[in-house]
Design a binder for this molecule. Structure first.
Ligand code: CP
Ligand code: NVA
Length: 297
């Protein structure tokens, strides 16, 4: 998120414009002849499909590279993978097990690397979510955002940074054990927004414009599933909580969702939910990101 802090407004506006143009049937082949390499070390529905189709809409081509099918999975180094792929492709998207691997790939690549999620951050999703909020609310600055659930996962961390950059007050409601890494809280505060970290669910959505959650068991946390289900009890986003928020509040979830746990199906598929606009916007936001990156190289 911090890498796009000076370009965020521009990316969001470009993404909205690309969406409008495509819906009108206009061609947006700005990346004609360009190739995106997509390395996946974890599963994906949205990230894979939205990048692949998005690249096609820009006139380019995307390659799906599952870790198990490339030599990275057999011990070739990140450094050599980056150096080699940089000779073939114009952009790399990486869904990594660790933030360290993400940073290493970016360090050794001579082409831009886009994070498609790691254990610490999920920036493309948060750029998308800010775009979705802007579409629904017409603005970002001054809004109040409340996230419930796992405060220590990639979404919570990227929300803190994204809210900071966009000027949105950010509340994270999570059991103490799952409070965000202090680095992300400190970085968010540097933008001058109001940051609240609390374990108190009572009245937590009062005055909120946007309510979000994410799975209690992220990819990589599966071994802790049982204990997490117990520890997050009470942090489910319910219709009651939505009623306490501002009457025009919207609900976000990056998906995949587990109904009855982090959110009820009634909320997720209810009138205030915009989760499928959000899922669609992954494609438009990532097109905005790719075009912005390729214009700057
Ligand atoms: N939200 C998201 O990144 O979904 P996928 O894991 O399906 O890519
Ligand atoms: N926090 C979730 C996001 C999935 C898109 C995970 O890392 O599994």
């Amino acid at each position: 998120m911090l890498d796009v802090k000076d370009d965020l407004d521009k990316i969001i506006d470009l993404s909205i414009q690309l969406k409008k143009k495509n819906k009108k049937g206009e061609k947006t082949h700005e990346l004609s002849g360009k190739t995106l390499g997509m390395i996946f070390e974890k599963s994906s529905t949205r990230t894979r499909v939205s990048f692949e189709v998005g690249m096609e809409k820009l006139g380019g081509h995307a390659l799906f590279l599952s870790k198990n099918d490339i030599q990275l999975g057999r011990g070739e180094t990140i450094e050599d993978t980056a150096l080699v792929l940089s000779r073939y492709v114009d952009l790399i998207m990486y869904r990594a097990m660790s933030n360290k691997a993400m940073k290493d790939l970016a360090k050794f690549s001579s082409v831009p690397v886009i994070s498609g999620l790691d254990d610490k951050e999920h920036p493309c999703q948060v750029v998308t979510d800010l775009m979705t909020i802007k579409e629904h609310k017409g603005k970002l600055r001054g809004l109040s955002f409340v996230y419930l659930g796992d405060g220590k996962n990639n979404m919570a961390h990227s929300y803190l940074l994204g809210c900071g950059i966009a000027g949105v007050d950010c509340t994270i409601v999570s059991p103490k054990k799952y409070w965000p890494d202090p680095y992300y809280v400190d970085e968010a505060k540097k933008f001058g927004i109001k940051v609240t970290i609390t374990d108190s669910v009572k009245d937590c959505t009062k005055g909120a414009d946007v309510i979000a959650t994410d799975t209690w068991v992220s990819m990589g946390d599966e071994a802790q599933k049982e204990i997490r289900m117990k520890e997050f009890k009470g942090y489910t986003v319910t219709e009651e909580m939505m009623k306490q928020a501002n009457s025009d509040a919207i609900f976000l979830h990056c998906l995949p969702a587990y109904y009855g746990y982090e959110v009820t199906k009634e909320v997720a598929h209810g009138p205030q939910s915009v989760i499928f606009d959000e899922a669609e916007n992954r494609m438009w936001a990532q097109m905005g990101i790719m075009v912005t990156l390729m214009r700057s190289v």
